[in-house]
Unconditional design. Structure first.
Length: 157
């Protein structure tokens, strides 16, 4: 295991408590330091191995369900690297399809509210949600309604 894989695993390391919440091994401050190490690594070495890509994608995905401060940290730190497939996948998985139609809409609005609170460009996120539509089961009737909603949001934001 190389350095960056170890750092990514440390960011993710934790256990689920009886309430279903993840209690991370390291504090937010320690995890933020590790995120900064990953960002520095990505600036100097944007080519990742398959294992590094998987870990980075998972790290970002779970980071977007963390505390508000950590969500902001993950978002602000990794959004500049959206051109990397692993980073893009981590962010777009926020819009995965295992939710009911109503839950997807609520989830999308909540995500947009979060990122607007951080002062970030919502059009990038809406574009990610539109890209994620390709992963939906074929022929799902709500797909067109959801796509229209996202396109409307894209035009109004």
């Amino acid at each position: 295991m190389n350095f960056i894989e170890q750092v990514l695993k440390e960011i993710l390391e934790g256990e689920q408590n009886r309430y279903g919440e993840v209690e991370y091994k390291f504090s937010d401050t320690e995890r933020t330091f590790r995120i900064q190490q990953v960002v520095f690594y990505l600036k100097t070495n944007p080519k990742l191995s398959l294992e590094e890509e998987k870990l980075l994608s998972s790290c970002i995905f779970w980071g977007l369900y963390d505390t508000p401060n950590m969500v902001e940290q993950f978002t602000v730190s990794f959004l500049p690297f959206l051109f990397l497939p692993a980073v893009r996948n981590g962010f777009s998985r926020r819009f995965d399809t295992d939710l009911s139609f109503d839950a997807r809409i609520s989830h999308t609005y909540a995500t947009l509210k979060d990122i607007q609170a951080f002062g970030l460009d919502s059009q990038t996120w809406i574009s990610l949600a539109l890209e994620n539509l390709a992963k939906w089961p074929e022929g799902e009737k709500e797909e067109e309604d959801y796509k229209k909603l996202l396109q409307t949001l894209l035009l109004t934001n």
